[in-house]
Ligand binder design. Structure first.
Ligand SMILES: [Zn+2]
Length: 708
């Protein structure tokens, strides 16, 4: 018998979305405990995970059977949930673990929905970097982040252990690295002050810092391994070395001018290589990871030009510039790590001066480094600042942008694309002093990246993900994760006149309170008393949502009350608007263009000049036929500014895709100056303006309203 599923069935709470999900009829009821059968240590791990989720596990209940089978992809699994029990099959332990994670996500209050899932990841590298040098995190904080990521099947934790801000890995051969180099004194504690970094030889006890002992590191590695997460350590070289250089100045060049704090080691000295190899020996002793990250980024090579030892090294090795000198150091480390059965990983600067033969590249300054390395036949991990820097603001990298990221650049052939191991998000902590700051920047962007690296490309859908993200946030709430919340998708508007502003709130959103700040610095819930509120011209009103449960706030919508739309009492006008055009690079909508104007009756890009980059300015007068509230919407790609009566009404400037912005204005009947600036910085281009007159419907501005 076939049963039709209701069309309105809610989405399953799965992130990342599995490769194939079939929803079956019925469910496994949770009245009794779940009995975990088989799977060896993976069975134990699943039982622990379920208990942590508050699910009853014990004997005599519905069986969850874990089975090793042949022939499934690495990390792949099959999960079947039916009314009488569940089965997880996989070829590897990792596959059993991921089947278990999916099961945990599916568990509802009283039941687990019946499903048949076949799944395997698109990429083998699904990572996140945490910088613990600039701001230190405790072992508990680090483990919490590893666990949160593992729930979304991320499998690499890139631990940025050494940098200018402090050395965080206990290193027996060079004990000062942590007794001194992990503790910085600071003019202002808790903030980042690169120029002010010093590591006092005599500690006063109020320094900022911390480090991980060897046993703590081993515990973190084991904690991660249980969740099938590889911890990739990063030991920066030869730059970002303020901590090490202040402890052991002999690692630097001999020509350091007084007062200068160098950031780079001297590659001219053999003692530098002895140091690096001993540090790497201890690193490899702690971390079983095949990949060892050696940094290689942002090296200040300035002193190398004049250091006698560096110059002598360049001469003896036939190196033509300082880039090749850095490459020489990286090549020696590559050879050293390879001799120990490991692989060197570095930031894309290691391409400069020639890439070491065994090196793998992490592409961060965009994707060009990754493309170049893959074309050389080298493996790469993509981590571009454009999409995957989780310390950047949500304004510059929204969750949807992370979600849209495809680690395979279009420039690569199918064969070259095989060198893309995957992608990772980076959380640098210069400005993130607390665990809550980190969680807010990482989540939900890490969840978006988890899906972008796991789910088949043709299964990705932002609307579908958004719906599931709402469910994921419920589980993040239970874990008290301080994730970022995007603004509710609304546009609170205001009626503006010369004399007053009246908020025009949208329909209420459950769980959220609309707040209004009238420029006095304190916000109040928006109530009906504002219906008659009088706000003088020139005041900034800010509207935002506040969530009842935890006080989280959405970004503000800020509106400046009108400074007074000026009417133009002019007669003898002709129909249509003046249009001026210009070609060339613009980054802002023009406020004045020169030359001869043409007259147009339509606002669009139809009359654009024959050029890729250009600007338009439509100017003249608009006749508003009655007194009341008008809603103007400008949709443009790229930027635009609409002024009416001399007041910037819709400010939609800057480079952006085809999006719309709306303003509501209350206006008296009459003729007003009209001015619309627009530019296109290349690529797609579009422009339209619509108006909703008082009591009317949205449409293009009627030709009979436009004059010049
Ligand atoms: Zn030197």
């Amino acid at each position: 018998m076939l049963f039709a599923l209701q069309a309105s069935a809610p989405p399953l709470p799965l992130v990342p979305l599995p490769a194939s999900v079939h929803r079956d009829q019925g469910a496994l009821r949770l009245g009794r405990p779940l009995t975990i059968v088989g799977g060896g240590k993976e069975g134990k791990t699943l039982a622990e995970g379920l208990k942590a989720d508050g699910v009853s596990v014990g004997k005599g209940g519905a069986k969850v059977t874990l089975k090793h089978v042949d022939g499934l992809p690495a990390e792949g699994y099959r999960l079947k949930v039916a009314a009488d029990g569940a089965t997880i099959e996989a070829t590897t332990d990792a596959g059993l673990f991921y089947g278990g994670q999916t099961l945990r996500q599916l568990i509802g209050k009283d039941e687990i929905p019946a499903v048949t899932i076949e799944d395997a990841p698109r990429f083998g590298w699904r990572g996140m970097l945490l910088d613990v040098s600039r701001h230190f995190r405790t072992v508990a904080d680090v483990e919490r982040i590893i666990d949160l990521n593992a729930r979304q099947k991320m499998n690499v934790f890139h631990w940025h252990l050494t940098d200018d801000g402090g050395w965080r890995m206990e290193t027996k051969a060079y004990p000062d690295l942590t007794t001194r180099g992990a503790w910085r004194s600071y003019p202002v504690k808790g903030k980042w002050d690169y120029a002010g970094i010093t590591f006092p030889a005599q500690r006063k006890g109020d320094e900022y810092g911390g480090f991980y002992s060897k046993s703590e590191i081993k515990a973190v590695v084991a904690y991660a391994a249980k969740r099938h997460v590889t911890v990739v350590p990063e030991i920066e070289m030869p730059g970002h070395e303020q901590a090490a250089l202040q402890c052991y100045p002999w690692l630097g060049c001999d020509n350091i001018p007084a007062g200068r704090k160098p950031n780079a080691f001297c590659p001219g000295k053999e003692t530098t290589f002895v140091f690096l190899q001993k540090v790497l020996d201890e690193t490899m002793g702690l971390f079983p990871s095949k990949f060892i990250h050696v940094g290689g980024d942002e090296v200040d090579k300035g002193l190398w030009h004049t250091c006698p030892r560096c110059q002598s090294r360049m001469k003896s090795e036939g190196l033509k510039d300082v880039d090749e000198l850095q490459s020489y150091l990286i090549r020696r480390m590559d050879k050293y790590l390879a001799s120990k059965g490991r692989r060197l990983l570095g930031w894309d600067e290691i391409l400069e001066g020639g890439l070491a033969p065994g090196a793998t590249v992490m592409s961060w300054r965009g994707i060009q480094g990754g493309i170049a390395a893959a074309k050389e036949g080298k493996d790469v991990v993509m981590s571009p600042t454009t999409h995957l820097y989780f310390d950047y603001s949500y304004d510059s990298i929204p969750t949807s942008l992370v979600y849209s990221y495809d680690p395979i650049p279009k420039e690569l052939s199918a064969e070259e694309a095989k060198h893309v191991l995957g992608a990772q998000g980076n959380v640098w902590t210069e400005w993130l002093a607390d665990e809550a700051d980190i969680e807010r920047m990482a989540y939900p962007r890490a969840a978006a990246l988890a899906e972008a690296t796991w789910t088949p490309l043709d299964r990705k859908s932002w609307p579908d993900f958004s719906a599931r993200l709402g469910l994921l946030m419920g589980s993040l709430d239970r874990l008290a994760v301080k994730y970022h919340v995007d603004a509710p998708n609304i546009s609170p508007s205001l009626f503006l006149t010369d004399e007053y502003a009246k908020p025009n709130p949208p329909s209420p959103i459950a769980g959220w309170q609309l707040m209004l700040d009238t420029g006095k610095g304190t916000a109040s819930p928006l109530t009906s008393t504002y219906d008659t509120m009088m706000v003088p011209p020139g005041v900034k009103l800010s509207l935002f949502y506040k969530r009842d449960s935890d006080g989280a706030v959405s970004p503000m919508t800020t509106v400046q009350t009108s400074t007074g739309m000026r009417r133009a009492d002019i007669e003898g006008l002709d129909s249509g608007l003046n249009l001026w055009t210009a070609t060339g690079s613009f980054s802002k909508a023009p406020t004045s263009l020169r030359g001869k104007a043409t007259v147009v009756t339509e606002i669009s890009v139809a009359s654009k000049p024959a050029a890729e980059k250009y600007a338009l300015r439509f100017a003249g007068f608009i006749r508003l036929p009655e007194t009341g509230a008008y809603v103007f919407t400008v949709r443009s790609d790229d930027g635009s500014i609409l002024k009416i009566g001399g007041v910037p009404l819709v400010e939609h400037d800057g480079e952006h895709a085809a999006t719309g912005k709306t303003a509501t204005v209350w206006a008296k009947v009459g003729v007003y100056p009209f001015d619309l600036g627009y530019f296109d910085a290349g690529g797609a281009n579009s422009l339209s303006v619509t108006v909703t007159p008082p009591g009317g419907k949205e449409g293009p501005i009627p030709v009979s309203w436009l004059w010049h």
